[in-house]
Design a protein around this ligand. Structure first.
Ligand SMILES: Nc1ncnc2c1ncn2[C@@H]1O[C@H](COP(=O)(O)OP(=O)(O)OP(=O)(O)O)[C@@H](O)[C@H]1O
Ligand SMILES: [Mg+2]
Length: 329
């Protein structure tokens, strides 16, 4: 099946900044692609090129079966876009904002009103429907912006950082709305700086850095690429560290360039790269027990998307924490 979104070799330069350096993407119909990358990676520029807001210097893109460069107007009619900077009119009420979008799309007034009511309900904005958007909280604005993008139920949606700056509860609510949307068959490309969000919502993740897609796959595939699982053991007695480390080292994966057993003396912690999962864990526990080594903690640790990001880009992703601090300024 052809992808609902396809991009090939997108290049975009601003002065001497190469914002996009040959972006290739494919999003199969009915799936979610998470475009993950740090500040300035090229996420918004990619979205703007795919949604006809910006003309790439070179490359091609097809959205909902339509060539973006040849037929931008037709593409615009087939997509919904919710931006990083919400396109909400502050001086209109929530209801008026949504009705206005309907009218822009040539809906009849009555149909636009009905659709607005439906969306206000769905996005928990019914109570605030007749207040101007100026009085809305950040989370309410985000929801209104998303609702506005959905007035005409487009088959393909783009969301640029839909939950940036939201508190955890509002983020969760928005995730639920997005999941509903996708279960209805919508194809979605969303950008995010939150690894957790990509993990949660996206079927596929494309990691973008410096204008290029540097890795793509499911969350599990990306994690597997980064290196396998590790067993972490915290022994109760300091004297047992060496014996336990020797024992664990027998299970360590060698020759994979992942480093072998490491010991953190002060924490009485031993870490070893393994493969074999929970079954192996049980075996290790039995052996430690047979040696009379008391443990305070043992666990199987799988790589997180944070680990993936770090190993791919050489720098850590923006954390949710620093985003919130940013938003609070
Ligand atoms: N209109 C513009 N004029 C000049 N430079 C631009 C313009 N738009 C983007 N850039 C530059 O292109 C690069 C990519 O920017 P882009 O906005 O696509 O990044 P992003 O991944 O969306 O980042 P963020 O996470 O901060 O939203 C950056 O270096 C940015 O400064
Ligand atoms: Mg951006």
């Amino acid at each position: 099946m052809p992808g609902a979104i396809q991009a090939e070799g997108l290049v975009k330069t601003f002065g001497d900044v190469k914002a996009l350096d040959g972006v290739d993407l494919e999003v199969p119909e009915g799936t979610v692609l998470g475009l993950l990358g740090p500040n300035g990676a090229g996420k918004t520029t990619t979205v703007r090129c795919l949604t006809t807001l910006l003309r790439p210097d070179s490359g091609r893109a097809v959205v909902a079966g339509i060539d973006v460069l040849k037929h931008p107007d037709a593409v615009r009619r087939s997509i919904g876009l919710s931006g990083q900077f919400a396109a909400v009119d502050e001086y209109l009420t929530g209801r008026e904002n949504l009705q206005m979008v309907g009218q822009l799309y040539q809906m009849r007034a009555k149909a636009a009103r009905a659709r607005a009511d439906e969306l206000l309900e769905q996005f928990h904005l019914a109570d605030a429907a007749d207040r101007t958007a100026k009085t809305y909280s950040g989370g309410m604005r985000r929801r209104l912006d998303l609702a506005a993008a959905l007035v005409v139920s487009p088959p393909v949606m783009f969301m640029d950082e839909p939950t940036t700056g939201l508190d955890p509860r509002n983020r969760q609510q928005l995730w639920d709305v997005i999941k509903d949307l996708v279960s209805g068959g919508t194809t979605l490309l969303l950008t995010t700086q939150y690894l957790e969000e990509a993990d949660h919502l996206a079927h596929d993740i494309a990691v973008v850095d410096q204008g290029k897609v540097i890795a793509q796959g499911t969350s599990d595939q990306l994690k597997a690429r980064t290196g396998g699982e590790r067993v972490e053991v915290v022994v109760h007695d300091r004297e047992h560290i060496r014996t336990a480390a020797a024992l664990l080292d027998k299970y360590s994966l060698r020759g994979l360039g992942q480093g072998d057993t490491t010991v953190e003396e002060h924490m009485r912690k031993i870490t070893t790269p393994v493969s074999g999962g929970a079954k192996l864990l049980a075996e290790i526990i039995r052996e430690l027990d047979a040696e009379g080594i008391e443990i305070d903690d043992i666990g199987l640790r799988r790589p997180t998307l944070d680990d993936v990001f770090l190993s791919l880009t050489g720098h850590v992703a923006e954390s949710a924490q620093s985003e919130h601090e940013e938003a609070a300024k």
